[in-house]
Design a protein around this ligand. Structure first.
Ligand code: 6PG
Length: 472
């Protein structure tokens, strides 16, 4: 075809539209398709003049026919059934060597199932983690492709071109690994996003109830924190949120109902951590904290029944603010440590060969959890690719030495005064568990052996030997 398009994009909701404009800005010829045709017509009417390389397909057949071969087709539809429907519609039309990329937040097992469906036709299916929300899609997202490795050279120039760039111009995209590796990495990104946000929310709660900080002060505090090791997109936008007023001049955030929603990726990560036996209590608590918040009506009822202390203001405002900064930093390190530990565990289990330094590098720009210290995480894994956990890396250990006392004070104070701080508390518990030479798991083993003859190992015998005793 004379004017064959370089790329096809299926699905023109907000993320799809913004990604389409990003692709066009990079000089690719793009053909777009949407199930309800009006959206594609509107898109062409709005942008056709600015982008002569833009075309619209009225059907999946037209979309496939418009693409240069091997075809590169990005699905930007809602995760779940819509991906299956699109793939089933496209597969009979595609030829060996074509590539389909799923840019939604799909479950990694669904991605593997879809790849197995595409493989017999010689079609490469790629699970493409895309992060950065609407702005990221438009200006450069962080991209986490994974799947059939034969697809990487075919999509690399496109993905490197549309991805976010670091200050030194490196694109925030790398091949993650085979199977569902790309979507798994994106899922863990989201779990860390949940944890980062929950920790920020707990810090806000404590600033509000102990420090009795005004919203203007909180805006300043977060803006100042954003100049420290905490520098990150989420801390920056938190400062912005405190500065927004409702029509009546009151802070808009206080008008927002305290019942958090979620689309499931955080819960999937917690499930994966349970399945793989990778301790991730802080990541899971961030999901449960949203679940608990969503029980708004029950909480309202229980508040009239259950007693407990009430948070009182602290006398030491500046000291408390600095404690909160340090607590946030320590807990954030622990959240990332759990996320990277989960990636390491999954990679070992499914032989993905994940390069954890490269994961950290891909998250430096474009994505929601972009932050200054991802560079440090990359350095840690570059120094020691087999690092068992980020907590024992020299840089993070030194930061934890500085910040753990503050995290303990903050968590203890929250518990004493009845302020729920599940993520801060879970962070302390993980840190202390991970540094323990002894845990009371010997009693668990004894009890298991007592009631179920499950057997136990002995401290005075080699590992792997199983013993059973009569405990009665
Ligand atoms: C991103 C985001 C994005 C979305 C998640 C979380 O990286 O751009 O993670 O994918 O925010 O789906 O959404 P929920 O909070 O609704 O689960």
């Amino acid at each position: 075809m004379e004017h064959a398009s370089d790329v096809g994009l299926y699905g023109l909701a907000v993320m799809g539209r913004n990604l389409a404009l990003n692709i066009l800005d990079r000089g690719f010829r793009l053909c777009v398709y949407n199930r309800s045709p009006e959206r594609a017509e509107e898109f062409l009417a709005e942008h056709g003049a600015a982008y002569p390389g833009l075309c619209r397909a009225a059907s999946a057949e037209e979309l496939v026919a418009a693409l240069a071969r091997p075809r590169r087709l990005i699905l930007m539809v809602k995760a779940g059934e819509a991906v299956d429907e699109a793939l089933l519609q496209l597969l009979p039309l595609l030829a060996p060597g074509d590539v389909v990329l799923d840019g939604g937040n799909s479950h990694h097992r669904d991605t593997e199932r879809r790849a197995a469906l595409a493989a017999p036709r010689g079609v490469h299916f790629v699970g493409l983690g895309v992060s950065g929300g609407e702005e990221g899609a438009r200006n450069g997202p962080s991209l986490m492709p994974g799947g059939d490795p034969a697809a990487w050279p075919l999509v690399r120039p496109l993905l490197e071109s549309i991805a976010a760039k670091t200050a030194s111009g490196e694109p925030c995209v790398a091949w993650m690994g085979p199977g569902g590796a790309g979507h798994f990495v994106k899922m863990v990104h989201n779990a860390i996003e949940y944890a980062d946000m929950e920790l920020i929310a707990e810090a806000y709660q404590l600033l509000r109830s102990y420090v009795r900080a005004s919203h203007d002060e909180m805006r300043t505090v977060f803006a100042e924190w954003n100049k420290t090791e905490l520098a990150s997109y989420l801390v920056g936008i938190t400062a912005d949120v405190f500065g927004v007023m409702d029509e009546d001049g009151e802070p808009l955030v206080e008008k927002v109902l305290d019942s958090a929603a979620q689309k499931g990726t955080g819960a999937w990560a917690a499930e994966a951590a349970l399945e793989l036996g990778s301790p991730a209590g802080l990541l899971a608590e961030a999901v449960f904290a949203r679940d608990l918040s969503a029980l708004k009506d029950e909480r309202m009822g229980a508040s009239a029944v259950l007693g407990g202390p009430k948070a009182a203001p602290t006398g030491e405002r500046q000291a408390m603010i600095e404690d909160l900064r340090r607590a946030l930093l320590a807990a954030k390190i622990i959240a990332y440590a759990q996320g990277f530990q989960l990636l390491r565990r999954a990679s070992a289990e499914w032989r993905w060969g994940l390069d954890l330094a490269s994961v950290a590098l891909v998250w430096r720009e474009g994505c929601i959890i972009r932050s200054a210290f991802l560079e440090r995480i990359a350095e840690a894994y570059r120094r020691e690719p087999g690092l068992p956990n980020l907590l024992v890396d020299a840089y993070f250990k030194a930061l934890l030495d500085q910040c753990m006392p503050a995290l303990r004070r903050v968590a203890a104070r929250a518990i004493e005064s009845g302020a729920p701080a599940p993520a801060f508390s879970a962070a302390v518990a993980f840190y202390d568990g991970y540094r323990s030479t002894w845990l009371p798991a010997n009693l668990l083993q004894a009890l298991r052996d007592r009631f179920g003859a499950h057997g136990y190992e002995r401290v005075d015998r080699p590992r792997g030997e199983s013993f059973h005793s009569e405990w009665k």
